[in-house]
Design a protein around this ligand. Sequence first.
Ligand code: THU
Length: 135
Amino acid sequence: MNNSQLIEIALQAREKAYCPYSGFAVGAALLCGDGSVYTGCNIENSAFSPTNCAERTAFFKAVSEGKRDFVKIVVVGGNAEKSPENYCPPCGVCRQVMKEFCGADFEVIIAKTPDDYKSMTLAELLPASFDKREV
Ligand code: THU
């Protein structure tokens, strides 16, 4: 599974986004250590706060299926009527969820197309973070 293939999967997942309120569609593809891939999309709600981001959808699907070992995630997002025109960095809540299950070197790829992407580590995205070791 190379990065371009994982981005293609995230772009397909984005097509499932339920985003009637924002019109902003997000897709995610989460690669596990065993090679399996879990997808996610954002799922909005008329009460707004129950909305779930694409990244958390992917993580919660994977964890609920027993997965705990994660390698990287791709995130793609933008106006639902168009292909992604900008990179879509994960929100702070999703970064914290990643932190629960992933180490500093977990790779977060934000992409526009299968050939146009940036890669960052979770440590870069969430420095000095709260961690379960503190609890
Ligand atoms: N969204 C995500 O799915 N992931 C992010 O990291 C940023 C925001 C969703 C939430 C909401 O449905 C829409 O994008 C606009 O904020």
